[in-house]
Write a protein that binds this ligand. Structure first.
Ligand SMILES: [Zn+2]
Length: 135
């Protein structure tokens, strides 16, 4: 119950949602424009924005330039057991490596602000920096 409450309080902001989706639309065929902004439905918070932005850019570029890389379709992006999870179809070993690194790094990045988190410190299954630990 508390987990759900926290999740609903801190979704990816609409601005960030659009910045993740719009440049990488080939990865998100189900994305749509809602209230004038691109929306897809990232189920995590803003702290992982840089991580997701870089991973998605690399994967989108890979699909464009590598002839043997099957087009990636991202199916779900969420937080599970305190870490980022990216579920997708397609891709190749490069894509797998990029998404694996993003998922692995997420446990040391505050899900709210993006600051470094040491020792996999968790608060209701969310990695949190000292500032956000009590939120
Ligand atoms: Zn923080």
């Amino acid at each position: 119950m508390i987990f759900r409450f926290l999740y609903e309080v801190f979704p990816v902001s609409p601005e960030r949602e659009e910045m993740l989706c719009k440049p990488n639309l080939s990865l998100f065929p189900n994305a749509s424009v809602i209230d004038g902004r691109w929306f897809w439905g990232f189920e995590c918070q803003d702290g992982w924005y840089d991580l997701l932005n870089n991973a998605l850019s690399l994967v989108c570029a890979r699909c464009d330039i590598a002839p043997d890389c099957e087009q990636v379709i991202v199916e779900e992006v969420k937080e599970k057991f305190g870490g980022l999870r990216i579920y997708y179809r397609g891709g190749d070993d490069y894509v797998k490596g990029v998404f694996n690194l993003a998922e692995t790094m997420s446990v040391n990045i505050c899900a709210i602000c993006g600051s470094r988190v040491g020792n996999r410190r968790m608060h209701y299954h969310h990695p949190r920096c000292d500032l956000h630990y009590e939120c």
